[in-house]
Design a protein around this ligand. Structure first.
Ligand SMILES: [Zn+2]
Length: 141
């Protein structure tokens, strides 16, 4: 008893979620969902921590509506991002209860932030050609 929670299950996680990037390229933000218990994972992972299984996950497009729970303005950046500061890092919660820690679009200034603002996760292309995502204001209607 207890050993099912012990072990190195995380090694292969990143390679197994490679389709996430393909979906992003298509403009889709996907989570994974456990077919057994229904738990959703974002960022996606291919093993369910509740069921301890990795063969019963499916891809599911998220309800792309987020509210910011808290944020911080980053004045200092890691190497390679020096020209990018200041930027806002936020923890946001989706309409489905998913949580994400990511950057806010630079189009949004700190003084514009309001507690009832809604955001979407949108793919963004980095200068080096890689793709990531950021929170952007969600237009109503
Ligand atoms: Zn599960």
């Amino acid at each position: 008893m207890g050993f099912e929670k012990f072990g190195k299950i995380s090694y292969i996680r990143e390679t197994k979620v490679a389709p996430f990037v393909d979906y992003l390229e298509q403009g889709k933000v996907m989570a994974t969902r456990c077919r057994s218990c229904g738990k959703m994972y974002f960022p996606p992972r291919m093993d369910c921590e509740q069921c301890m299984t990795s063969d019963n996950m499916e891809w599911k497009e998220i309800v792309n509506e987020w509210k910011i729970l808290t944020y911080t303005v980053s004045e200092f950046a890691p190497t390679g991002f020096e020209d990018d500061v200041p930027y806002i890092l936020a923890i946001a919660e989706s309409a489905e209860g998913l949580r994400v820690f990511t950057r806010l679009s630079k189009d949004v200034k700190e003084e514009q932030l309001q507690s009832d603002m809604k955001f979407k996760l949108a793919p963004v292309r980095l200068p080096d050609g890689k793709i990531t995502y950021e929170l952007q204001p969600l237009e109503e209607g």
